[in-house]
Design a protein around this ligand. Sequence first.
Ligand code: TYM
Length: 333
Amino acid sequence: MQKEIVVSGIRSTGNLHLGNYFGAIRNFIKMQHEYKCFFFIADYHSLTTHPVPADLHNNVKQVLVEYLACGLDPEISTLYVQSDLPETAELYLLLNMNAYVGELERCTSFKDKIRQQPDNINAGLLTYPTLMAADILIHRALKVPVGKDQEQHLEMARQFGNRFNRLYQIELFPEPYAFNYGTNLVKIPGLDGSGKMGKSEGEGNAIFLADSPEAIRKKVMRAVTDSGPTQENQTKPEVIENIFTLMKAVSTDETVRYFDEQYNGMKIRYGDLKKQLAEDMILFTAPFREKILELSKDELFIQKIARQGAEKARESGAATVREARKAIGIRSF
Ligand code: TYM
C-alpha cells in the first residue's frame, strides 16, 4: 500500500531554535518511519527578507546540518533544498493566477511582516502563502507537521488546491492538513515576553540548538518575569506561564511540579527557576550541538545528501507540475 505523503519546511534564515524543534522537527523525526516524507529548506522563502548573497548558501548548509543532527534520516526521507526543485517556482506562478490579492492581504503573517519590515513590503511577502502552497501541493501531501503559527497558511493551501481542482475539473491536489502527534499544534514562547520564539524576533528571544551553555545561561537569566505572585494559587500572568511552558518542554515533570508548587505557595524565587531552566535547556540541546559541530566539518557528506535529496524531490515534483500544465492547457510544440 502507498504510504501517506508528508511535506514540511523551515526557512533558511538562521539556526534552528527550540520553537522549530518542538513545533516541527520533533514530528519530522517520528513521522519519517511511518510516512513518505519530504522535508526541505525554504531558501526561496528566505528571499523575502533580502539575505546577503554571500551568506545564503551557508545558511542553507547550516539548516541542512541541523536537520541531520536532529535525527532526520536522508535514506528514508527526502531531504532537499527548495531551490533545487525549481518546479516549485513554476507551480507557484500557476497558483498565483488564481490567488486573490484580497485574501493574501488578509493573511496574519503578511500583516505582521508589514509591521516588521515597513520599508520592504515586496510581492514575495504578499504571495508567501502561495509559495508555501506550491511546496505542499507539488508532492500532493496530506499531512504537514508545523507549529501553530502556520495554521492559516495550511488553510490557504487547501483553498488554492481546491480552487485549482474545481477550475480545471481535475482531482490533482488532495487537501493537506497541519499535523502534530499531540493533536494540538504547538506554540513555544520566546524569552522576551513576546509570546513566540522566533528568528525574526529580537536578540535574546530564542534558544538555538547550536547555542553554547554560556549563551543559554545568559539568555535565560535575562528572560522577562514579573515582581512575583501576590496571592496563593493565582492564575499565572502570560510572561510567567511562558517560562513554565518552556520548562515543560525541557525539564522533568518533577521539576515542573516543584516550581509550580513554589509559585502557588508564593515561595518562588525566579532566579532559581531560571537557573534550573537554563541547566535543563543545556542538557537538552547538548547532544544536538555536539552533532552539529561534528557534521559541519563533513562537506562531502553534506553535498552528497543535498544532491540525493534534489534528485528524489524532482522525481516527485516534476510529475505534478507536468499534470498541472496539462490541465491548464499548456502544451509544447
Ligand atoms: P519557519 O521557518 O518560521 O518555522 C519552521 C517551523 O517551525 C515552527 N515554529 C514554531 N513552532 C512552535 N513554536 C514556535 N515558537 C515556532 N517557531 C517556528 C513553524 O510553525 C514551522 O513549522 N513558512 C514556513 C516554512 C515553510 C513551510 C512550507 C512549512 C515554507 N514552505 C511548506 C511547511 C510546509 C516558515 O516560515 O516556517
